[in-house]
Design a protein around this ligand. Sequence first.
Ligand code: SF4
Ligand code: SF4
Length: 373
Amino acid sequence: MPTPEIVPSAYDQTLLTRQVGELLDRHIPRAITTGERVLIKPNLLLAAPPDKAILTHPLVVRAAAAWVLDHGGTPLIADSPAVGSVEKIWRMGGFQEALKGMPVEVKGFETAAPIDIGAPFGTIGLAAEALKTQTIINLPKFKTHAMMTLTLGVKNLFGCVVGFEKPKWHARAGIQRDQFARLLVGIAEAIRPTVTLVDAITGLEGQGPGKNGTPRPMGFLVAGADIHAVDAACARMAGLAPEALPTLAAALTLGHIQAIPNAPLPEKIFSDFKLPTQSPVTFGPPFMKDLIRKHMVQRPVVNPAACKKCNQCLTYCPVGAITETDEAVAFDLETCIRCYCCVEVCPHAALTAVDTRVGHWLQKAKKLADRVF
Ligand code: SF4
Ligand code: SF4
């Protein structure tokens, strides 16, 4: 399998049509047959304009669709958004305008088909279109993620879990990053995209992957057939050791890769790229897990001035830990599993994950220890 490529790029339609086309030519090993349906899976998390850098940029999606059409295929562009319908995201995200006149099918995943992704999860329902389509173009956005550090190729495929099954699987995986990472790797191995092409032209840093993140101009596309090698290359771009990415560590533990892939070094490393602040959630013996969760792990907190009482967070919380109040919303922190789905889906950036006092001091102690040792 050829190593991934990192290509300097910009949001220019002519440039992207050429660059994305060349990358797909090089990294999709098989010819598309006439009329063949090709699944394009961008990140369509929620309705947000392109300058917020939350979704795969419409011009990148357009370039991928143009390549499929040029090769005689039929593009199907689909995702299962966390909030809102694909139609609304298509309109508000600038896709309708960018792909105007192109004969593409756009839809939200609706039907799930069962597939065994191995222990401890067993059978999971994944988008039937993704399981039955032979050629899949995975188009993630380069973004931070409160739980997974970065959301790249592997994490993007969590969108193949249909609708409200997503928060249920969040709940099953619990607060342990390594467990959720294993779930994501199991899903990625079941979907097996033909190619992964990351939109890292403008990334999202800080408290991503939703509206609390901050757009970060970067200027690259990263593409390859080996999803883990693509993710490793992206981790290096963000100044992160690939083995520190939970999904890569999980792929290694589960035996899907034998070693951290030898991804090419980007010509620019964004060593000041702001990763999300995270609590050390997965240490300690099992009997202490509840105590750790309550007192050390970041909590969701609402800014009542920003809350529009839209109830998206209530609907999405996998364990029903959120209730409506007169001013905004309230959290039952005994029930909350600290999955941060609510922070991710809030369309008004009214929620943040905030360190507890103990967690804050632990972070400080860790930084000090890192400097000393
Ligand atoms: S916190 Fe956000 S998602 Fe929840 S009700 Fe308020 S605005 Fe809506
Ligand atoms: S309140 Fe938020 S962080 Fe807690 S379980 Fe619900 S969605 Fe997850």
